[in-house]
Design a protein around this ligand. Sequence first.
Ligand SMILES: *Cc1c(COP(=O)(O)O)cnc(C)c1O
Length: 425
Amino acid sequence: MTKAQGFDTLQIHAGTAPDTATGARQVPIYQTTAYVFRDAEHAANLFNLAEVGYIYSRLTNPTVSALANRIVALEGGAGGICCSSGHAAQIMALFPLMGPGKNIVASTRLYGGTITQFSQTIKRFGWSCTFVDFDDLKAVEAAIDDNTRAIFCESIANPGGYITDLDAIAQISDKQMVPLIVDNTSATPYLCRPFEHGATIVVHSTTKYLTGNGTVTGGAVVDSGKFDWAKSGKFPSLTEPEPAYHGLVFYPTLGPMAFTFHSIAIGLRDLGMTMNPQGAHYTLMGIETLSLRMDRHVANAIKVAEWLENHPKVEKVTYAGLKSSPYQKRMAKICPKGAGAIFTFAIKGGYAACVKLVDSVKLFSHVANLGDARSLIIHSASTTHRQLDEAQQVAAGAAPNMVRLSIGIEDVSDIIADLEQALAQ
Ligand SMILES: *Cc1c(COP(=O)(O)O)cnc(C)c1O
């Protein structure tokens, strides 16, 4: 092919061809656990990674692989895998890099569940996380020590209306020779392509916009294939004989696919955070219209944010897509098509008024989810960010007087009308 295909084409065609057995035009749901080997030699080759093929669906499945390859194409990566959830994807991305005593440096502005996963749960693996304000580049660099194995941030951060200067953070990760992992859930590859800004690995919660209809939980890990895992000597699971895979040296043996093969052969095999084919099917159906939905999400979000900004009961609106946002310039660089459709706003009357508001909406759904075709609302401080103390809540953009909106693709006049009647109460 001479010309690279465009995003709208890739979101429908990448990673799939008509089924060779039946000619089925859509990707079949391969609802099978195992795959028949041609003969004993074929089986041995598959287990040795001498030949690529399907063995057992905990590792790979054709429907799940079709989705993984499509997300890889949309992100412009070298390889990738799908997982059972976005949180599983985060553990899977870190797993080849980490070990007891190793740490990650992460942005304070993250999804609430990620802050809990990184500040509490990963300690049980002997891992730790240092949280830093990623606008303070000196502090980011200072937080990196000899045991740091990754830098982690979100492109567009949920829920604070924040955009990370990925290029600036990537310069630090290059200099320090540690990979930069970017959670691209809120932006999607349509609005932001982190590899073009120097990211090493992209993770997704496919639960959100990639599926787009609130039906399944899923995750994805995509590797750029560009990181030199050998240079620093810090990633022995990738660069030294791996005892968990009969001494295979993944890198440089498997080149740009080393990280992805490690994720399948060790990560999915032994951690088992596998996506199921039915789930992959729902996400494949959703992803075909990703760009169309994101354009509408963004257009609606701008109108709603501007309307809220002028509402007398609203104290402030934190959305990078507003002209008043301090992140407007960064948006032009990182996500020029728009700042997504998730933002927060503060209302006069604090915690009690926020609770009243979420109880008064009718079109909006009060749920702990985002990135749905439907408009969603949540009071983060009493729900998703409840595990955090007030200082952490404020740092994460989820102060007690803030409400988070995920603007859907309904008629924008209906979305505004619902907020108008709810705010009146
Ligand atoms: C939802 C979400 C996650 C977690 O994904 P799950 O699929 O719910 O496990 C991680 N990061 C971001 C930005 C999210 O929105």
